[in-house]
Design a protein around this ligand. Structure first.
Ligand SMILES: O=C(O)CCC(=O)C(=O)O
Length: 371
């Protein structure tokens, strides 16, 4: 990804930046969030509905998905290669991916904005060290816990935000369940007729209320035409999608929990950004219990054994404590799983993928336990 927020624009007027600043000021109580996307949909909705393959309901549910017939897929006229998929994930699947992001996708050796700071155990295993009640019992100017300062982690090939390079020497296995889910979406929309889709890297973005993601385009992967699959979880965000330059106003969309965006081919060259997080979804304990019940009822109909169902099986490894902590953590946060393919299937690692990241390898020393 290439960030250029502060770079002086090479054109007369930066319409993207104007819209970014406007959206940053939006106030949830003054706007109609339910109808936020209507104007964009009216102006740009493609004439032809995007077709989604009909896949048997059992296969969908095995991945925590609703039948494809109930998905709402929007393609926008004038924005080829952009798709918004709504109503595809079961509520329990949203919880599963939130827990997976927090419990599993934050752990060393996965790199994050925290691991560059120090070899402290609390920075490398911020979830384990997270105490959701910590701030309530200490004075309000107490320092934030590491997990509260976490902004991104990387899966698969590790990306260095300073050198803007991927490093093969820091490869962490890409989660196969996430690859399966993304592959399923790509297949359902028939975006990979040659069956080359193979995600190898992801950035997990953690957005506290008030945070933003600057204007950028995702074109640093060697294969920058393959579908990029982006899954929104917990609270909502305004997503701006512009052109390959910034001379026209971007369109704006509200992304809610469970919404999936796919950007493929030329759409990968478009500038985009997240200027605003809205606190919208009340994901609490009752909501969690309810989604567990509903999912179990549906799964029972199909007589799954646990190992046949990604969600029922996967949920087993999260403790009650993980769930309690996650509820507290996402009270004011959004999470985004941003999955990419780095290189074409069976291609060797490109020569411009450096072996070792000097900045990260220098901190790969012994872990210091803070507590
Ligand atoms: O959070 C989002 O929805 C978008 C994230 C994104 O654009 C990125 O990670 O490159």
């Amino acid at each position: 990804m290439a960030y250029e927020p502060e770079k002086k624009a090479k054109f007369d007027h930066d319409y993207f930046r104007d819209q970014f600043r406007q959206c940053k000021q939006l106030n949830a109580s003054e706007i109609d969030l339910q109808n936020f996307n209507n104007q964009t949909f009216k102006l740009h909705k493609a004439d032809q509905p995007t077709s989604v393959k009909e896949i048997c309901a059992r296969r969908c549910l095995s991945l925590g998905l609703k039948p494809t017939s109930s998905w709402k897929v929007t393609a926008l006229a004038g924005y080829a290669g952009f798709y918004l998929i709504q109503n595809s994930l079961h509520d329990l699947a949203k919880w599963f991916w939130i827990l997976r992001a927090l419990v599993d996708f934050t752990q060393y050796p996965i790199k994050s904005n925290l691991t560059s700071e120090a070899a402290l155990s609390s920075h490398r295993f911020p979830w384990k060290h997270y105490d959701p009640h910590f701030r309530k019992t200490k004075s309000s100017n107490e320092k934030k816990q590491p997990i509260e300062r976490l902004r991104w982690t990387t899966l698969g090939y590790q990306y260095n935000w300073e050198t803007k390079k991927y490093y093969s020497g820091h490869y962490v296995d890409f989660p196969s369940d996430l690859a399966r889910l993304c592959g399923f979406y790509v297949d359902c929309l028939d975006l990979d007729p040659q069956k080359h889709y193979n995600p190898q890297t992801a950035i997990v973005n953690f957005y506290p209320e008030g945070s933003t993601l600057g204007i950028h385009c995702d074109n640093l992967e060697w294969d920058s035409t393959s579908p990029l699959v982006s899954i929104s979880l917990a609270h909502s965000a305004v997503f701006l999608l512009g052109e390959a330059d910034r001379t026209r106003e971007p369109i704006r969309l509200l992304l809610n929990s469970g919404d999936v965006v796919i950007m493929t081919n030329s759409c990968r060259q478009r500038f985009h950004a997240v200027p605003k997080i809205f606190i919208t979804d009340n994901m609490n304990k009752e909501d969690f219990e309810q989604s567990k019940l509903e999912f179990a009822e549906e799964a029972q109909e199909f007589n799954f054994s646990d190992s046949e169902n990604l969600i029922s099986d996967g949920m087993k490894r999260f403790s009650d404590e993980d769930v309690e902590k996650a509820i507290e953590y996402i009270r004011t946060r959004r999470i985004n799983l941003n999955v990419r393919q780095l290189k074409k299937l069976n291609e060797p690692t490109p020569s411009n993928c450096e072996e070792i990241d000097p900045r990260l390898s220098s901190i790969d020393g012994q872990i210091v336990n803070e507590f």
